[in-house]
Design a protein around this ligand. Structure first.
Ligand code: TYM
Length: 334
C-alpha cells in the first residue's frame, strides 16, 4: 500500500480538514507502520499559487500547516514535505497534460465554482489544477488517497488519467488510486450555513473552527453557530431536513468517535441550549492539546522547515523511478 494525500497551503487548517482528512492520515500512518507501505503527506504550495495567495503569505502558510500536521500526530512514520520541493510533481504534471482532456477538466465542479462566470479571465493553472493533483498521486504510484468527499471528483480524474496513460503508451505504470473517504466526516459543513461546506476560503471566520483557535473562540463559534429552535429527535435520520442540526450532531459524533445515532439518543428531547455547551466542551477537549502542541512548534519554524526538507529528499527518491518510467513511456528517455 502506498498512501498519498495533500492540503493546499492557503489560510488556516480547520475542523473539516481535521475530521475529513488529517485524522485518517494519522490513523493510516500507524496501520501502515505495522503492515508495511509508505505514507506521503504534502503541503500543496504549487496548487496554492492558483488561489492568488500573496507571496509573503505562502511560505508562512506552508510552515504553519506543516506544524499543524505535526501537532495533529504526523510523525517520522510518514514522509511530510512541500510539493514545490519535489520537482517530479511538476515534471510529471506536464507529461500528463498531454493525457488529460479539456472535456474532463471542463466538467470539474471545483473549476466551475471557482471560475464562476469569468472563465475567460480565470488562470490556466486553475483549469489544469486537477492534472497537477493527478501527478501528485501518480508520481508515487499511490494505491490509496485519504480525502474528504469534495475531492472525489479530482480522484476520479486521476484514475481516468492513469487509465488513459497506461493504455495510450502500452504500459502498466500507474495503479488506479482508491479514494478513502471518512465515513464519520465526509463533509463537515459551515457553522453559519448547513448547506455550504466548511472552507478555508469562506470570508466569515465564524463559519469554521480553525485548529489554531483558542478555547474561548472555539466555544464562542459553537455558541453562535446556526441551529434551529426544535428539540433533538431520537433518530439521526429525522435530521435530514435540518442541515445545521445534522452538522452539529455529525461533528459531535466524529469528535467523540461515536455514531450520530447514539449522540441523538443521548440528547433526544433536548434543545441546542443544552447541546451546544456539551459540543463546545468536547471540541475544546479534543482540539486544545493539539493547538498547544502547534503553538510550541511555531516557536521553532526553522525546525519545521528542516523536517520538510528531510521529507522532500525522501519523497524525491521515491518519485524518481516513476518519473523516469513515464519519460521513457512517452519517448523523452530511451
Ligand atoms: P484542501 O486543502 O481543500 O483540503 C484538504 C483535505 O481536507 C478535506 N476537507 C474536508 N473534509 C471534510 N469536510 C470539509 N468541510 C472539508 N474541507 C476540506 C479535503 O477533502 C482534503 O482531503 N486539492 C486538494 C489538495 C491536493 C490533494 C492532492 C489531495 C493537492 N494534491 C493529491 C489529495 C491528493 C485540496 O485543495 O484540499
Amino acid at each position: 500500500m502506498r498512501v498519498v494525500s495533500g492540503i493546499q497551503t492557503t489560510g488556516n487548517l480547520h475542523l473539516g480538514n481535521y475530521l475529513g482528512a488529517i485524522r485518517q492520515w494519522v490513523a493510516m500512518q500507524g496501520a501502515l507502520d505495522e503492515n508495511g507501505g509508505e505514507c506521503l503527506f504534502f503541503l500543496a504550495d504549487l496548487h496554492a499559487l492558483t488561489s492568488g495567495i500573496a507571496p509573503s503569505d505562502l511560505a508562512n502558510s506552508t510552515i504553519e500547516m506543516a506544524a499543524t500536521l505535526l501537532a495533529a500526530g504526523i510523525d517520522d512514520r510518514s514522509i511530510l514535505f512541500n510539493q514545490s520541493r519535489v520537482p517530479a510533481h511538476s515534471e510529471l504534471c506536464w507529461i500528463l497534460q498531454g493525457t488529460a482532456r479539456m472535456g474532463w477538466l471542463n466538467r470539474m465542479t471545483q473549476w466551475k465554482d471557482k471560475a464562476g462566470k469569468n472563465r475567460e479571465g480565470a488562470s490556466v493553472g486553475l483549469f489544469t489544477y486537477p492534472v497537477l493533483q493527478a501527478a501528485d498521486i501518480l508520481v508515487y504510484q499511490a494505491t490509496h488517497v485519504p480525502v474528504g468527499e469534495d475531492q472525489k471528483q479530482h480522484l476520479e480524474l486521476a484514475r481516468d488519467v492513469a487509465t488513459k496513460f497506461n493504455t495510450d503508451f502500452g504500459v502498466e505504470l500507474f495503479p488506479l488510486p482508491e479514494p478513502l473517504i471518512s465515513k464519520a466526516a465526509p463533509r463537515i459543513m459551515s457553522l453559519r450555513d448547513g448547506t455550504a461546506k466548511m472552507s478555508k476560503s469562506d470570508p466569515s471566520d465564524m463559519s469554521r473552527i480553525n485548529l489554531i483557535d483558542s478555547d474561548d473562540l472555539i466555544a464562542q463559534k459553537i455558541k453562535k453557530s446556526k441551529s434551529d429552535a426544535d428539540l433533538l429527535p431520537d433518530s439521526f435520520d429525522a435530521l435530514a431536513e435540518r442541515p445545521e442540526a445534522k452538522n452539529l450532531v455529525t461533528i459531535y459524533a466524529a469528535l467523540s468517535d461515536r455514531t450520530p445515532q447514539s449522540v441523538v439518543e443521548e440528547f433526544s428531547g433536548k434543545g441546542f441550549g443544552a447541546f451546544k455547551p456539551a459540543l463546545a466542551d468536547l471540541a475544546v477537549s479534543v482540539l486544545a492539546p493539539m493547538r498547544d502542541r502547534l503553538v510550541r512548534l511555531l516557536d521553532d519554524r526553522t525546525a519545521v522547515g528542516a523536517e520538510l526538507a528531510r521529507g522532500a529528499a525522501r519523497a524525491g527518491a521515491l518519485a524518481a523511478p516513476t518519473l523516469l518510467a513515464a519519460q521513457k513511456a512517452v519517448g523523452l528517455q530511451v
